[in-house]
Design a binder for this molecule. Structure first.
Ligand code: PGA
Length: 240
């Protein structure tokens, strides 16, 4: 696992965007796995800027997002589909038909998850997966537990995640209790992975991930099984 430390959030965002840019320049039709949350927003801003200035194009890129609340309408401003449109897709030259987010209103969630796995396979797999990391070490909505489900699945959110995410909703009650998420194997099948971590509240989770002891009580530790992971962190997310 490589660690790249930015002195602050904007530095980290710039470094991570530079990495993504390089990958896009190597493969203009790449399959890019994307994440939501507050951490990647700065990197998305940088990518939008690069796209505007003509440094990179997304027109041949296909994206697959990590997860989505369940149930949630895609038009709900808290849905991850809405987030992606708002923070990235509406501002770049991507073909929206090539942007994929799990359907938070799918009637049959199992079927939706199985189709998502099929979709990723039919695209030839994910070239680069962008990840955030939860304070509790979750990756996507793979929450700490004694067992982790390998493939895309429906899951219940941990109390701590519901509390952490309630800052985006008008009340705690409005936070959906379930989500659809790629599983750890889906994620580990990506050819390259980057993890973005900012802020001291991520320090414990980042330390455990970097220590490389695998423990399902911190799903991020499974990333050590992958041989091409780069962590972009702010100084305060890694200082001892
Ligand atoms: P955050 O979420 O970027 O909003 O901190 C990260 C995560 O929970 O994966």
């Amino acid at each position: 696992m490589r660690l790249i430390v930015g002195k602050d959030y904007s530095d980290m965002s710039r470094l991570a965007a530079g990495y993504v840019k390089k990958e896009i320049l190597k493969k203009s039709n790449m399959v890019l796995g994307l994440a939501t949350g507050s951490t990647p927003v700065g990197m998305y801003r940088e990518l939008i800027d690069m796209n505007r200035k003509g440094g990179i194009s997304f027109k041949d890129i296909t994206t697959v997002n990590l997860d989505e609340y369940y149930p949630i309408e895609s038009t709900n401003s808290q849905s991850y589909r809405y987030f992606m449109n708002d923070n990235l897709f509406d501002h770049i030259d991507i073909d929206k038909a090539k942007t994929h987010v799990l359907n938070g209103m799918a009637e049959d969630s199992e079927k939706e998850c199985a189709s998502y796995e099929d979709l990723i396979s039919s695209l030839g797999g994910i070239d680069l997966q962008v990840l955030g990391i939860g304070r509790n070490g979750h990756i996507g909505f793979n929450e700490p537990g004694s067992q982790l489900y390998p493939y895309t699945h429906k899951t219940s959110l941990e109390e701590s995640t519901i509390n952490a995410n309630s800052r985006f909703f008008s009340s705690l009650e409005e936070v959906p209790r379930h989500a659809l998420t790629m599983g750890m194997k889906t994620i580990l099948n990506a050819r390259k992975i980057i993890v973005l971590a900012s802020g001291k509240e991520k320090k414990d989770a980042v330390r455990r991930m970097l220590e490389e002891m695998i423990d399902t009580s911190c799903p991020a530790t499974l990333l050590t099984l992958h041989n091409d992971v780069t962590v972009f962190a702010t100084e305060d997310a890694v200082e001892r």
